[in-house]
Each structure stands twice: as structure tokens, then as C-alpha cells.
Design a protein around this ligand. Sequence first.
Ligand code: AMP
Length: 208
Amino acid sequence: MNIILVGIQGSGKGTQAKFLSKKFKLCHISTGNLLRNITGDRKKEIDSLINNGKLVPDKTILEILKERMIQDDCENGIILDGFPRNIEQAKLLEKELNIQKVIEIQISDQESEKRLMGRISCPKCGIDYNIYTAPKPQKEGFCDKCGSQLTRRKDDNEESIKKRIKTYHEETKPILNYYKNKLITVNGEQSIEDVSKEILKKISNSPL
Ligand code: AMP
């Protein structure tokens, strides 16, 4: 089974992708994480695009994604988190992977802004926290798991957040219509556990 998670920034795609990847033994690929961890010649240009709230060129991200998708842990299926981000990417993906389900996690623009302004994460183990919503770290500013100091993403600043929300509406949202026959929509403005439950219920109610 291959699944795409779609949702505006901060909707909880990463959190739900982690849950689903465990549940169905699928490989979780976050294109944002792949890009943030890139090394070598491409790093400078990619960092600058990310920090300015711009999308990385389709050809570049597809190349990076293809390298990841052929690894052994992807044999059982993949959950894509952050890809495709536009129709062109959806068309390119079609040549590479057979998608069974597309899950849209819906939250409002106001909620997205609030979550991104409060988002902090652990640079060491990658756990995400939120100072306004959930989950909050037990000790303010420090990771519950490893105790490292939590940091904000460079692109989680007001200017970049506004640009990314605009890009989501203009470029990413049209892919929902592209995938209308495979689409499941869930309410992302409920607890993390309830979002997971809604996803599982809707997956089991709709034929593959
Ligand atoms: P994310 O972690 O999904 O919010 O992604 C962070 C940033 O990585 C985005 O704002 C883009 O600059 C870049 N990025 C992630 N996925 C893609 C994609 N599919 N296409 C182009 N750029 C992407």
C-alpha cells in the first residue's frame, strides 16, 4: 500500500505519517526532512529555498525522492509526507509509484499559522513539540526523550509561513481534485489520537 498525506503546514502530516508507518509497516518519507538533511553541492541552494519559504524545483526533489524510494525499507509500501506539492509533481509520481490512498488532513489557515509559530523540535531525535497546542514538552524548551535543547525551524517565521500558506492554496490544493477518486478527508483540528482514529476508520470504510 502506498499512501500520500496532504495538508497545509502544521496540519500534523508528520505525526500521522509516523503513526501509520508503524501501524502498516510502511516506510515514511518526508521530503522536507530529506531536503533538510541533504549534504554536498546542492545543500546551499536548497537551504536558501527552504528558509525563504519557496518550493525546491520539481526535478531536484523527484531525483532525491527516487533515490530514497528504492531503498530496502520501502519494499512493503510508502507513506509520502510533503510530496507531491503541485500537479506537475503528481504527474511525475504517477510514473514511479502506484498510489492507493490520499489522505487530506484539514485545518484552517489561522490554526496553521498558530501551530507553526509555536512549533519547536528536537535537533537530535526529531521529535516535534508545540508551545501553544500539543504535545508540549514536560520541561519547557527541552526534549522529553533525550533532554536536548529544542529549536525552531528557520522557515517557521512569519514571512515564510505566510508564503508557504499561499503556496499551499495555489499549488498544492489542486492536487486534491487530481486524486479525487482516492481521497479521504479528515478533521485535523482534534486530538492527535482522534485524527488517527478518523483516518483508520475512513481507510477501512473505503475499498482500496
Ligand atoms: P516541510 O517539512 O514539508 O514543511 O517542507 C519544508 C520545505 O522543504 C518546503 O517549504 C519546501 O521548501 C521544501 N519541500 C518539501 N517538500 C517539497 C516538495 N515536494 N517540492 C518542493 N519543495 C519541497
